[in-house]
Design a binder for this molecule. Structure first.
Ligand code: ATP
Ligand code: MG
Length: 272
């Protein structure tokens, strides 16, 4: 069965896109069939997979959502790009910014992305949605389509207020639109273990949130290699396979897969 995971945080620049790419390709390397969905009009996910001019693409997420709204037929695999590292991509470009306002007047406006993803998810083990840095209609659509949400948090500052807003939005979506949605966990990103301040922030987040939200054991270290890899359209595994960021994303992928197996086993034992 396919699992849909939204990678979300309304704070900009926390590592959502980098995590989507490297977790997604990490899953491919673990033998999974993976679709990445760029749900951000900035098109950063599309660009970081090497499609340097997203605005020139004919079919993007915006086209597919528009067709869904108009109940037009979407051909099998329409608009889906195939990356050389084995991951599939629904790209996005600036056209998606119009969707945020267009959705307001649409029937079942929160479920348009879900309706589209439901038509393609049969071909995949995982669908990862790279969310836009806001809590607007596109993020609501992403959460409505998801089974789980993973929240990357940059360990550079104390993100308490922002996290509270995000948790409250997720809780509202759970209550009103998607009761299946689960918090998977918080991923600390761009961690600089050499600085005392960073270590303190990490510890404070674990102390304050660890009680009621899972915080992944794996932390993603800061490294210029991460930024360089997106500039050349490759994952960190292809760009710097032996580096610390590649190792961290490999460990993170394994941690998510192991936790999933553990939970499935637990569920089966409880339903026996
Ligand atoms: P936005 O909210 O704008 O969509 P985002 O949350 O998707 O941003 P990214 O684009 O993944 O964040 O990362 C922000 C910047 O930090 C990018 O330039 C990226 O290359 C860089 N970056 C991501 N992870 C790391 C890392 N581990 N070490 C150093 N730089 C990183
Ligand atoms: Mg991004």
């Amino acid at each position: 069965m396919c699992k849909v995971i939204a990678i979300a945080n309304q704070k900009g620049g926390v590592g959502k896109t980098t995590t989507t790419v490297n977790f997604g390709i990490g899953l491919v390397n673990a033998g999974k069939r993976v679709l990445l969905v760029d749900c951000d009009a900035q098109g950063s996910l599309t660009e970081s997979l090497g499609y340097q001019e997203p605005d020139k693409l004919d079919v993007t997420l915006s086209t597919l959502m528009q067709k869904t709204i108009e109940e037009k037929t979407i051909a099998q695999g329409e608009g889906i790009l195939h990356h050389s590292e084995g991951v599939d991509l629904v790209p996005a470009n600036i056209e998606l910014s119009g969707m945020e306002t267009a959705l307001v007047n649409v029937m079942s406006r929160e479920r348009v992305l879900k309706s589209y993803i439901d038509t393609v998810k049969g071909n995949y083990d995982y669908v990862l949605i790279d969310c836009t840095p806001s809590l607007g209609m596109l993020t609501i659509n992403s959460l409505a389509a998801a089974d789980e949400v993973i929240i990357p948090v940059q360990a550079h500052y104390l993100p308490l207020k922002g996290l509270e807003q995000l948790v409250s939005t997720v809780t509202k979506v759970q209550k009103q639109i998607n009761p299946h949605l689960k918090f998977n966990g918080i991923l600390l990103t761009m961690v600089d273990r050499r600085t005392l301040y960073n270590k303190e922030v990490s510890a404070v987040i674990r102390l304050n949130y660890g009680k009621y939200l899972k915080i992944f054991k794996t932390e993603i270290p800061v490294s210029v290699r991460a930024a360089e890899s997106s500039a050349v359209g490759k994952s960190i595994y292809a760009y710097d396979s032996k580096g610390i960021v590649a190792e961290a994303y490999r460990n993170f992928t394994k941690e998510v897969l192991d936790d999933g197996k553990h939970r499935d086993k637990h569920c089966k034992e409880h339903t026996r």
